[in-house]
Design a protein around this ligand. Sequence first.
Ligand SMILES: C[S@@+](CC[C@H](N)C(=O)[O-])C[C@H]1O[C@@H](n2cnc3c(N)ncnc32)[C@H](O)[C@@H]1O
Length: 256
Amino acid sequence: MPFPLKIAVRDEALAGLYQKELSELAGLETPAPLTLILDSGKVSLAGSNAAEAPVLVDFAGGALDYRRAHGGGRHSEGVARACFGRLKNPVIFDGTAGLGRDAFILASLGARVHLFERNPVVRLLLRDGLRRGRECGIPEVLEITDERMILEDAFSVTLYRGSVIPDTVYLDPMYPERKRSALVKKDMRIFHELLGQDADREDYLLAVLAADYRKTVMKLPKWAEIMEPERVNTAVITKNHRFVVYAGSGRSDGGV
Ligand SMILES: C[S@@+](CC[C@H](N)C(=O)[O-])C[C@H]1O[C@@H](n2cnc3c(N)ncnc32)[C@H](O)[C@@H]1O
C-alpha cells in the first residue's frame, strides 16, 4: 500500500528556496511512510523508524569528508579504478546519482562528474547537499561541489541532450536487499523505503550501451548476475561489489 510523502516545513526560508522542487513533490507516494524535513537550513528524509536520525547529503562533514581527506586515492577506490582507467581527469556521467557519494569521491579524485537522478526526493536531497557544500567554507569541498559536480536537469543519461561527451558513464542501480535489515546501513534502508529497487536496471544499461560511449561501468553486488556478459571488457572487484566495465567506441554524440 503506498503512503503519501509527508513534508514538514520548519524553515520557511528554505521552503522558499525550493518552492519549485516542493511543488513537484505534491501527491508523491512512497512504499513506506516517509517525511521530508526542511529544518535549520537543511533538507533531510526521515524513515519509518522514528528512532533513527534522518538521512541527508553532507559533503562537508562526516564519513564523506573524512574519506576525501584521508581516503586511499584513485588506485584504492574501486569506483575510481573502474571509471578513471588511465585518465587523470575524466568526464563522468553518473547516471544513478543517488545521494552523490560515489560522484563526490570521483570528483574529489579529479573527475568532472555530471549527475543524473530521476527520483524527485533524492534530487532535492542532492541539490541541497550541493548547495551546503558550496557554502561550507572548506575550499576543497567548495571547489568539488561548485566546479566538478554538475546536477543535470535531465533525469537520466538517456534524456541528456547537451553537448558534453563523457569518457565514462557510471551506473549504480538499486538491487533488492539481501542482508538482514539490521545489518543494512541506515541510509540504504531509508533509500529502499523510498525507492524499492530499480527493476529497469537492465533496460537502462542496454540503452546506455546502445549510445556507444567510450566506457560504461556498472556497479553490482557480488551475488548479482552480470548483465550482457559477452560485452564485458574487464571488472574491478572489491569486498562486496563488482564494477563491471563495458568498452564502447566512444563515438556517441550523447543521443541514444
Ligand atoms: C543505489 S542508488 C545510487 C547511489 C549512489 N551511487 C551514491 O553513491 O550515493 C541508485 C539511484 O539511481 C537512481 N536511478 C535508478 N535508475 C535510474 C535511471 N534510469 N535514471 C536516473 N536515475 C536512476 C535511483 O533513483 C537511485 O537514487
